[in-house]
Design a protein around this ligand. Sequence first.
Ligand code: NDP
Ligand code: GDR
Length: 325
Amino acid sequence: MKSALITGITGQDGAYLAQHLLQKGYAVHGMIRRSSTSELNSQRLHWLGIVDQVRFVDGDLCDLSSLARVVQETQPDEVYNLAAQSFVRTSWTQPVLTGAVTGLGCTNLLEAVRLAAPRARFYQASSSEMFGLIQDAVQTEATPFYPRSPYGVAKLYAHWITVNYRESFGMHASSGILFNHESPLRGIEFVTRKVTDGVARIKLGLARELRLGNIDAKRDWGHARDYVRAMWLMLQQDEPGDYVVATGRSVSVRDMCEIAFAHAGLSLGDHLVIDPDLFRPAEVDVLVGSAAKAKRILGWEPTVSLEEMVREMVDADLARLSVAR
Ligand code: NDP
Ligand code: GDR
């Protein structure tokens, strides 16, 4: 039986990746950090019905000693580093923490793996935010990076340290440059989920307006379930590498909103309020990726359209809020 260690198991991707690996027969170790409200930690794993199948271990990406112990004790075949301070907007108000967790935390984990389980395969959750100020119309593994947020800068450090450990120590370390991916398990502060939750609240009479920032920003949105499959495929290759994972289609926040409101039989114009406070100090205006390499080498392709995903998210939020009423 293969075993995997997932950091960030309580997040959106951690939950779907755990489900994917369990279905493949892995023993899944999930690293969680201590919290005074621990029952909330595993909510997403509860929703997927897999909480009892995950073996939890305590650790924090900022604490190398905890990581060394966790890797030593679990001796995983595969390590997936999904933990991060992942909300871009917060990275301007907590830039030092973001650097410590999202950037240096990756080095801590690489060190723990190098020392305690050097043959383990390693996955780093890199991000399209590293491209930032776009220099190529379509971003590939060869596109130059120009991050536009403390989060993007921290991810770029983590990306390069992963490449460096691969080249310095011969580790099987891969980096997935994933574009935005969403689902009903997406954190409520990210724009797609904020919109689908807002639409559901308006539909149910719990709210009247939805406040957003820059709705002209364009993103390449896929489904998280598809994207965790790409992570796993990267670690099944004989050779490690870096891969862009994207749909190749870029849609504005405004158009994504239109899909969500229309699905609920509502009009965006009746409820949208633009709030200048929600604009960011620096914006990534447009992202669109080419997953040609992932298709060629991994045989990976997305299977869920933006429309299907947004409808699934609206329906899930309507169901959740109806039960809560
Ligand atoms: P989430 O924000 O949903 O999950 C983040 C996870 O990191 C949570 O489990 C959180 O735990 C954990 N975490 C935060 N700080 C620490 C810490 N100091 N030590 C240990 N664990 C910590 O992110 P996603 O699931 O959406 O994303 C997964 C990864 O992929 C992240 O690294 C993200 O930056 C990256 N990424 C995501 C994309 C996306 O579109 N979703 C696209 C590209 C990259 P807790 O529950 O305790 O807060
Ligand atoms: P992003 O995702 O920053 O791309 O990072 P987010 O959903 O937060 O923003 C997408 C775009 O929408 C605009 N926007 C708003 N965003 C939020 N959150 N709330 C609003 O009210 C709002 N109004 C407009 C933003 O300005 C932005 O342009 C996500 C995260 O998952 C990262 O961890 C990951 O690395 C990248 O995707 C790829």
